[in-house]
Design a protein around this ligand. Structure first.
Ligand code: GLN
Length: 499
């Protein structure tokens, strides 16, 4: 049934996409909640290697959507791409399950399975994530005012999954016995299959445009040979082999990912700025996209410590014993999503309340960075003068996540829509790629910064010594604080350039 024009209710398709994304995020964040724990406690990697590998993995996770979006637009359509990507990710989780079964009896095979599982996750996510996000917008007529609300509801779906995933996977996998980690991967894989089944059963009927036409089908005029099952399976297998190679090479051979990402950004900048058909107003807007993307690197690289150094901190330095129950380390990775769901209405209310005084996007992003710095200042204060080995209260980590999430709510939801609004139509996808590439860069950097986690050793960054946790957390205060201050100064100029 087509939705009535102007109807206040959201189309049912939104809830189908909500559930599909929720289960996929359950899988992604559930697995991430135990990832560095599995690496350090079962595979016996040291923290430096585990951190760097975490950065390579999450960095590549944000890079493959460039290809997945491209293939969907030209050959497969959104629906086919999401289903295929979901199955590939589920296979990745099941490979990790076998890795978790074999790590002590057959270490060589389990190392191979580990990189393979990560490679499948990276490949699958590339086809899933960009395509589901783009379907949300297509449910509405162009210019429909409900679109923004739809993305907010969808963001809740992301975070319901992000809250439940680490909780369930932590409960079954993070038990204190490294042999149990496998159950977390199995639970993630089952969640991923539920996502695929939900979409498979409900897509054609409910994921429809305002006229009732099913969305995300294969583009017209694409020869069948491009999307017949054998071609898709072979293509996805080959791509997964490439991603396994990419992550292995970055972690084990040469850390090339930074250079690759910088090259991508420079190439896109060259393509856009050398285009003679863009006028100076359009070019100024594109400059804003690049500047804002640059600043979000400082946000996400500090924020994404959640899955790495902050998990080491939760494991080793946080008093998790409630007397009657030892809180699993992985549960702390649910906090961000729990806070998103609880604090989002507060921020929505705040922006409405501020009315015309609501800050423009660049100022909000500077606020996001400021709140992030504040979160790290809070936890730095919590560990100041605490001797190594002494555990601190959970209140420090919990309070920090509340502040980080407040920062996320200022910065993240507006980022994508800002890029959408500012990009000249001709370069919409390419400039979206800039945003994703910035995220990839930030995640890779997150791993490199997490490797500085003080573990009885002194590390150096820009000439400063990091000898204890206080120094380590202050590094993020300084980084995010400076970025925030500069962005505040630039905000009014950027606002003018956006107009
Ligand atoms: N937590 C959100 C998600 O998983 C946003 C993460 C991000 O943009 N880096 O989709």
């Amino acid at each position: 049934m087509p939705e009535k024009a102007g109807s206040a209710a959201h189309p049912k398709g939104l809830y189908v996409l909500f559930a599909t994304e929720m289960w996929e995020r359950f899988n992604y964040y559930g697995m991430r909640a135990v990832l560095v724990l599995f690496m350090t406690k079962a595979l016996m990697f040291d923290k430096v290697f585990a951190s760097n590998l975490y950065g390579s993995y999450t960095g590549l996770i944000y890079l493959t959507p460039l290809l997945g979006g491209y293939v969907a637009d030209r050959y497969w359509g959104n629906k086919r791409s999401i289903l295929a990507g979901g199955i590939v990710m589920a296979i990745g989780e099941f490979i990790l399950f076998f890795c978790g079964m074999l790590y002590s009896s057959n270490p060589d095979l389990s190392a191979l399975l580990f990189f393979s599982g990560l490679g499948f996750m990276i490949a699958g996510n590339g086809f899933f994530k960009p395509n589901i996000s783009s379907l949300v917008g297509q449910l509405y007529a162009k210019g429909d005012k409900k679109t923004d609300a739809a993305y907010t509801i969808f963001y809740m779906g992301i975070n319901v999954g992000g809250a439940i995933g680490p909780f369930v996977c932590g409960l079954v996998g993070d038990t204190g016995n490294p042999a149990d980690f496998k159950w977390a991967f199995l639970a993630g894989g089952i969640g991923m299959l539920l996502s695929v089944i939900t979409l498979k059963l409900l897509h054609n009927k409910y994921v429809v445009d305002p006229q009732g036409k099913t969305l995300g089908l294969t583009p017209a005029n694409v020869p069948q040979k491009f999307y017949q099952p054998v071609a898709m399976i072979v293509g996805l297998l080959l791509f997964s082999l490439v991603t396994i190679g990419l992550i292995y090479a970055d972690a084990k051979i040469f850390s090339y990912l930074f250079y690759l990402l910088i090259a991508c950004i420079l190439l896109i900048a060259y393509i856009v700025f050398s285009d003679k058909s863009l006028n100076s107003i359009e070019k100024k807007r594109v400059v804003v996209i690049f500047v804002v993307s640059f600043f979000v690197i400082f946000f996400w690289s500090a924020f994404e410590q959640a899955g790495a150094s902050l998990t080491f901190f939760a494991e080793e330095q946080t008093q998790r014993d409630l007397g009657f129950y030892l809180v699993p380390t992985s549960f702390f990775q649910s906090l961000n999503s729990i806070f998103v769901v609880t604090l989002a209405p507060l921020f929505a209310w705040l922006w409405v309340k501020m009315g015309r005084r609501e800050p423009a996007s660049p100022a909000k992003m500077a606020m996001g960075l400021f709140l992030l710095a504040l979160g790290y200042l809070w936890i730095a204060f919590g560990v100041k003068d605490v001797q190594p080995g002494v555990k601190v209260s959970m209140i420090w980590l919990t309070g920090m996540y509340a502040m980080h999430t407040s920062g996320e709510l200022c910065l993240s939801p507006i980022g994508l829509s800002l890029v959408n609004k500012l990009a000249p139509v001709k370069f919409a996808s390419l400039l979206m790629a800039v945003w994703f590439t910035a995220n990839a860069f930030a995640n890779k950097l997150a791993g490199v910064l997490s490797a500085l986690y003080p573990d009885g050793k002194t590390t150096y960054v820009a000439g400063f010594a990091i000898t204890n946790l206080y120094d380590f957390f202050m590094m993020f205060v300084v980084m995010a604080g400076i970025a925030s201050a500069i962005l505040f100064v630039l905000a009014s100029k950027l606002k003018k350039m956006m107009e």
